[in-house]
Design a protein around this ligand. Structure first.
Ligand code: GLN
Length: 446
């Protein structure tokens, strides 16, 4: 039934690159059988989910919304997919995204445009736009995305749902096709905070296949959702309420903070002084890592290979020129430039130094407060075509989300109001590996 409903809604929103009908039926039957046999099943058993198309699914196409990987069928599952399979979730499909997760509107997908369910003329955000709209439109109860600079939180905000980027290292990246390896984290979309807590518990934890995953114990996050925020200290960073952030967005977020204050939270203004350098720093570090990660797509080992060529060099050049889209090429060029021997010190090394300062801003702030609250995005959902001709205005979509990736700290976006009938997102940022407090505060507000 969910499958039929998902297919019906799909005609309007285009969340999916492929609907995995056979897999869904097979997985659902398995759960039914277990229940019929009286076996114990997890609380996620039978739940329809969707997975972003840059997360590897064994035997199911994983394209990164790129011509380059149009026919790529991974021979293995990402760890997060393996874990969800074990809990008995039912995969409805793989979701649309910006090509290789580069973008903030899902418009750089080589295959289709995903619409925002609140207004079909608006973008759903990105890069995990398909994952966000599949949950917002009610096609699935939960979806996974990836967040390198805001790609889970920004689309969650623009589609009025919950989107969590866990601490760097909390969730295994094995099988997530790499963009910026030091920033990437698998994230979760759900309609409410409780569901998010359930799913995080299921997918988090140490994985021997990912050396950056952490052995820190995974608590039962639902236990923290008691509505009690008495004495919890909330920091309001003045830099996130400065110029460039829409007045209505600021008002809605501050009204949310007021509500938490009424519940007993303590609110204080703080400063994260290096915030203004975050976007510039990100657009050195992320493309640098991307240029290296994407070097493997050479037309030989994986993916698209050009039809006619005269030499090996010609094969590389043509395959990559034809296989990658505009935005991906722009990032590769920026990245290789920033890493080239004459410019490394001036750009890449500088960016790493500034990244450390941004990280220290958070460390200092968290000596005084338990969570930080800010807008997720400067404004609400925008029209198709409005920003995709102007990369800089698109890059500014992530001013409020990028710092958390730089510092590796967890952050969630939850809905906190509307402007012109479009949802606004409130962001709650926490200490390293303290998803519990982030979820607790988010739940108390909700
Ligand atoms: N919009 C940002 C970018 O284009 C972030 C993308 C992401 O988090 N994957 O790089």
């Amino acid at each position: 039934k969910m499958l039929e409903k998902a297919k019906e809604i799909e005609k309007k929103v285009d969340s999916f690159l492929c609907i995995t009908e056979d897999v869904a039926i097979e997985q659902a039957k398995k759960v039914d059988k277990k229940i019929a046999n009286g076996e114990k099943v997890s609380s996620l058993a039978g739940i329809p989910i969707a997975i972003k198309d840059n997360i590897c699914t064994e035997g199911i196409k994983t394209t990164c919304a790129s011509r380059m990987l149009e026919n790529f069928i991974p021979p293995y599952n990402a760890t997060v997919v393996e874990k969800l399979n074990k809990s008995g979730t039912v995969l409805i499909g793989k979701t649309n995204m910006d090509e290789f997760a580069m973008g903030s509107s899902t418009e750089t997908s080589a295959f289709k445009k995903t619409k925002n369910p609140w207004d079909l003329n608006k973008v759903p955000g990105g890069s995990s736009g398909g994952s966000a709209s599949s949950v917002a439109a009610g096609q699935v109860f939960c979806s996974l995305g990836s967040d390198t600079g805001g790609s889970v939180r920004q689309p969650a905000a623009l589609t009025g749902i919950v989107g969590l980027k866990p601490t760097y290292g909390r969730v295994s990246r094995y099988g997530l096709i790499a963009f910026g390896s030091s920033l990437d984290q698998v994230g979760i979309f759900t309609k409410d905070v409780y569901d998010c807590a359930l799913v995080l518990k299921e997918i988090a934890g140490k994985d021997d296949m990912d050396g950056t995953s952490s052995p820190i114990e995974v608590p039962d996050y639902t236990k923290f959702l008691d509505g009690n925020v008495k004495g919890i200290k909330i920091g309001i960073p003045k830099e996130y309420f400065a110029q460039g952030i829409d007045e209505d967005v600021k008002k809605a977020v501050l009204a949310g903070v007021e509500q938490l204050k009424e519940l007993g939270a303590i609110v204080k203004e703080i400063s994260l002084p290096h915030t203004k350098y975050a976007v510039a720093t990100y657009y050195i570090i992320a493309p640098s890592e991307a240029s290296s990660n994407l070097a493997r797509f050479d037309g030989i080992r994986y993916g698209y290979r050009t039809k006619e060529f005269d030499s090996l060099d010609d094969l590389y050049i043509k395959s990559r020129s034809e296989g990658f889209g505009e935005e991906v090429k722009r990032r590769i060029v920026i990245g290789t430039y920033a890493l080239s021997s004459g410019y490394y010190d001036a750009y890449y090394k500088k960016a790493l130094q500034v990244r450390t300062l941004i990280k220290q801003d958070f460390e200092k702030a968290f000596e005084d407060v338990d969570v930080i609250i800010a807008p997720t995005v400067p404004n609400v959902a925008f029209n198709f075509g409005e920003k995709n001709q102007d990369p800089l205005s698109m890059y500014m979509e992530d001013v409020c989300t990028i710092p958390a990736n730089m510092a590796g700290v967890p952050a969630i976006s939850i809905p906190c109001g509307f402007k012109n009938s479009l949802p606004i997102g409130m962001q709650i940022i926490g200490k390293h590996f303290d998803e519990a407090t982030v979820l607790k505060v988010a739940h108390a507000y909700e």
